[in-house]
Design a protein around this ligand. Structure first.
Ligand code: GLC
Length: 441
């Protein structure tokens, strides 16, 4: 019985080599349409930033607001690809200690940005920065803000949020300029003359800058974490005389084949119809896809027969996390810290399902990267370096290997032209580099 169920799932979730090629071709087509401002699921936002030269230097504040955590740091860029964090603070967005869950619709824009200004104040107080810098007497410290959501901007210091994703729902931010919201909160915190936000950048652009600060060969940067997205250095962006880093917002790519489970998850999410690619593959959603599949098989009487029912919390969306899948794959029959009493066969079946989802995720990402490489270099005549950051890539057993295998299948004989390197935790450093680029231009 298990074998039959697994075979069916395997068929639905597998992406054979020819399909990697067709998804890559579809991605490239959407990329080129979006770049030329034609209708496309890829928004292709210019970042207004070029690649760094590695010699940017000075002291900057960096702020990073992603889907799971807020981080702030004071960073000294030393040039020649070297930097030092003078202080750093981070806290999760979900409710911990006295801080509330900042992602819910009950939280207002002012409350969220006041928290961000508070963490900036704390990180400044904890750092050993020269007091004249902190007092603002030698001019405000430039701040770079890595903001990991889709926003549009006409200049580097602005970012008008188009929509939330990764299940964040904070009120009053969509349609507003997050640069202005931050500046107003800094004034309320008494930091108006001490700190000046000069650059808003996407986390993939931040990852690009950090990786390229040390290695000029980097031309693509991707995040495979709570969410998923990729940026790359475009040589010929319409309206730009020089090469510019483009944020593709690839999580919204709409032309990958979906299963019934993907469609269900999308319908029940906070933003149906949007971010469909991200919902098929990123850390926020893999656990939920897994939960929906297992629940469905269980309800059909096909799985976990030793239990009379699945634990009650399995009926609540998003109770199974990407971390649970990582632990399951590492051999623990546990979800949400609660053990699942089941037979070896059942554990094997659950592991197999988790593995199928992870393998599919890596193959989808690989297809999108191949689409970008083919756009940059149709005959694959030059080497390309992809910088990768994100909890899923770093923490999921076997993920990075699956990505390499999929890239080599998809690039056929030219796989040697692409190298993938881990660029962990690059958002903060990248935000500081963006602040440096903004200050020197
Ligand atoms: C989501 C956001 C995107 C971000 C990605 C990774 O896809 O829309 O801006 O880069 O998550 O955090």
């Amino acid at each position: 019985m298990f074998a039959q169920v697994l075979r069916k799932l395997e068929r639905e979730l597998s992406i054979p080599q020819p399909q990697i090629l067709s998804i890559a071709a579809g991605f490239q087509a959407h990329l080129e349409l979006g770049l030329n401002r034609q209708e496309s699921s890829l928004r292709m936002f210019p970042s207004y930033l070029q690649a760094p030269n590695g010699y940017e230097a000075g002291t900057f504040i960096a702020l990073d607001f992603g889907g799971s955590n807020v981080r702030a740091a004071v960073i000294q860029l030393k040039g020649e690809g070297d930097f030092q964090e003078l202080s750093r603070l981070s806290f999760p967005l979900s409710a911990t200690d006295s801080r509330r869950d900042l992602r819910t619709s009950a939280v207002t824009a002012e409350e969220l940005f006041d928290c961000l200004a508070e963490i900036i104040l704390e990180v400044l107080q904890n750092s050993s920065v020269n007091p004249s810098l902190i007092s603002g007497t030698s001019g405000p410290l430039p701040l770079g803000f890595a903001f990991s959501f889709p926003y549009c901007q006409q200049k580097l210091e602005e970012g008008v949020l188009l929509n939330w994703d990764k299940e964040v729902k904070t009120s009053g931010v969509v349609g507003k300029d997050v640069g202005q919201l931050l500046s107003a909160a800094l004034v309320r915190q008494g930091l108006g003359i001490v700190v000046r936000p000069v650059a808003i950048i996407n986390d993939t652009v931040a990852n690009f800058l950090t990786a390229a600060y040390k290695d000029p060969n980097v031309d693509i940067a991707t995040i495979i974490g709570t969410g998923h997205n990729t940026s790359y250095l475009e040589q010929k962006a319409p309206g730009f005389a020089a090469p510019v880093i483009i944020n593709t917002e690839s999580g919204n790519f709409s032309a990958a084949p979906q299963t019934f489970y993907d469609q269900m998850l999308d319908l029940q999410s906070a933003n149906p119809g949007e971010q469909r690619f991200e919902k098929m593959l990123s850390g926020k959603y893999l656990g939920e896809l897994f939960r929906q599949i297992v629940l469905d098989l269980f309800q059909q009487g096909l799985l976990v027969r030793t239990l009379n029912s699945l634990p009650a919390h399995w009926n609540r969306p998003y109770t199974v996390s990407g971390k649970d899948l990582a632990e399951l794959l590492a051999g623990k029959a546990e979800v949400d810290n609660r053990s699942l009493p089941m037979s070896d066969d059942e554990l094997f079946a659950l592991q197999r399902i988790a593995h199928l989802l992870i393998k599919r995720s890596a193959r989808l990402v690989a297809a999108s990267l191949i689409g970008i490489v083919r756009h940059l270099d149709p005959h694959l005549s030059n080497p390309h370096t992809v910088a990768v950051d994100g909890s899923l890539y770093e923490g999921m057993p076997g993920y990075s290997q699956e990505l390499i295998v999929a890239l080599s299948e998809g690039l056929e004989g030219n796989a040697f032209q692409i190298s993938v390197k881990l660029s962990a935790g690059g958002s903060l450093t990248g935000a500081a580099i963006a602040a440096a680029l903004a200050s020197f231009n």
